[in-house]
Design a protein around this ligand. Structure first.
Ligand SMILES: C[S@@+](CC[C@H](N)C(=O)[O-])C[C@H]1O[C@@H](n2cnc3c(N)ncnc32)[C@H](O)[C@@H]1O
Length: 492
């Protein structure tokens, strides 16, 4: 990965093909590579304790091979003699005989203790340096541990649980795009029922591409929180027209794919919203998802629709309910904007009806105040998706935060200009870092008196543990999803 400056999830399939590895061998190779990348922060401390040279002074190929050996010794059930033997052989072949003797000596020392026995030796005392302890014990850079601690509200145990969840391989979640595929179809293909999203199913094993609906782009791999933040935007009642939707940062098209399908086929409602009590605004105003005045083109039209083919519930009797007319007689139209041309092309593959343009969302290619719903899924550090990219935690740089923060503020401001009075904006990041979430929203709203913050939790009543509100924060350790953040804002 280092040599080619590549992303593990993109490079690994190529390497497996090149080396003709498949089945269990491919699984083992992937586990070893991903596990080693995730665990570097811990393993380098152990290597330092067993070596007379600092890890950064070792030849990179030698260091990488030793790390691979340490991972096998401390985190897998590979027998120690095999872990040491194969690593030493690898070093002899790739680096040389002298280096292989060195690797052998280091690994034999490492093998003398378990991970639990090594931690008190190599990690700082948690009482004296809690951040340093978590950084070594859970193999994350210090700045990320600090950011996560702040984001969970300072709780040490919860920070530890979150960091531990980052080290687990995420399950594969599929989305059945409403009107194009159904959850039932995914279940019949071997997927399992999902916990929250009416469009989701979990794929316990196998290649998602072998699922027919995925191969035909009627379904896709999409994190459940990513599905839910898009769904939440479509569930907010709006009065007046509801036909123009904008996705300001659409590439590669996960949320746009779902928004596009919902725009045409209607959104699924949670079972709870059949009751009269409905979502509330942050200021305490009640407005039932099915009860808010809106007329035929208002909320109920959005929330009705055939309900997708996923079998999810819709408001009984609402226009477009199972027996009613179509939710959007002409359909709502999604405009999907993306800065990068190649990513805009990917959005074209995930959407069917949407207009996709390559555009800078901060320099609008549209008139202001014309959209009914706007999604701004801003570029961010991606700290909420560390489970997915094993090397990401070591590549992210806190020095990117100021530039990202500026862009996030500009994009949110642009979204608020694009939406019409009465319309709704969803500000989303795949990061729980407070500098990218509440700080951005707070700063942008400080300059405006025409924006109301909605209690976003009310639009996701099927999900527990979303925080104190009005914002929503998904967590890998609580929800088994990416750490995605959502704010819902209504322009007055
Ligand atoms: C977090 S990703 C969006 C993910 C996407 N919504 C999805 O669900 O697949 C952010 C995207 O914003 C794009 N981007 C960055 N700056 C932008 C800008 N000024 N205008 C529009 N898009 C931008 C990036 O290229 C990237 O594709």
């Amino acid at each position: 990965m280092d040599e080619r400056d590549a992303y593990a999830n993109l490079l690994m399939p190529t390497l497996l093909r090149e080396r003709r590895l498949s089945g269990r061998d491919a699984g083992l190779a992937t586990e070893l590579a991903y596990g080693t990348l995730r665990g570097l922060g811990t393993y380098d401390e152990v290597i330092a304790a067993c070596s007379d040279r600092a890890p950064e002074d070792l030849d990179p190929p030698l260091l990488d091979a030793i790390r691979l050996g340490v991972h096998q010794l401390l985190k897998t059930r590979v027998p120690p003699h095999a872990a040491v033997g194969t690593t030493v052989d690898l070093v002899r072949l790739r680096v040389g005989t002298g280096a292989s003797k060195y690797a052998n000596a280091v690994l034999r020392k490492v093998a003398g203790r378990s991970l639990e026995q090594w931690l008190p030796i190599v990690a700082p005392d948690p009482g004296e340096d809690p951040i340093g302890y978590l950084a070594v014990a859970y193999s994350h850079p210090r700045w990320i541990v600090t950011a996560m601690r702040d984001a969970v509200g300072g709780d040490f145990d919860e920070t530890a649980a979150l960091l531990a969840a980052d080290n687990e391989r995420p399950r594969v979640t599929l989305v059945a795009r409403p009107g194009r595929a159904s959850v039932e179809e995914l279940l019949a293909s071997g997927a399992q029922p999902a916990r929250y999203s009416p469009y989701a199913a979990y794929l316990p094993e196998g290649d998602p591409g072998s699922v027919l609906a995925v191969a035909e782009a009627r379904a896709a791999v999409q994190d459940e929180a990513s599905q839910l933040v898009a769904l939440a935007l479509t569930r907010v009642p709006v009065t007046g027209g509801d036909s123009r939707w904008l996705d300001l940062c659409a590439g590669p098209g996960g949320k746009a794919g779902l928004l596009d399908a919902i725009a045409v086929h209607g959104a699924a409602l949670p079972a709870a919203s059949r009751e009269p009590s409905g979502p509330a605004s942050a200021s305490g105003e009640r407005g039932g998802a099915s009860g808010e005045p809106g007329g035929p083109s208002g909320a109920s039209a959005v929330l009705g629709g055939p309900g997708g083919a996923s079998g999810a519930s819709t408001v009984p009797g609402a226009p477009g309910g199972p027996s009613g007319p179509a939710a959007f007689p002409g359909g709502a139209n999604l405009l999907a904007a993306e800065l990068q041309y190649h990513r805009a092309r990917l959005v074209r593959q995930t959407t069917r009806e949407a207009a996709v343009i390559t555009a800078d969302g901060t320099v609008p290619a549209w008139r202001s105040g014309v959209f009914d719903r706007v999604m701004v899924d801003a570029p961010c550090t991606g700290l909420g998706a560390l489970r997915r990219r094993p090397e990401a935690r070591w590549r992210r740089d806190p020095r990117s935060l100021p530039d990202l923060g500026r862009l996030q503020r500009e994009l949110l401001a642009s979204a608020l200009e694009a939406v019409r009075p009465g319309g709704v904006v969803a500000y989303v990041t795949c990061s729980p870092h407070l500098a990218e979430t509440t700080a951005v929203v707070g700063d942008v709203l400080r300059h405006r008196d025409d924006v109301e913050t909605l209690d976003a939790r009310a639009y996701l009543p099927e999900v527990e543990g979303l925080g104190e509100g009005p914002h929503v924060q998904f967590w890998p350790h609580r929800h088994g999803t990416d750490g995605m953040f959502l704010t819902l804002l209504r322009r007055r």
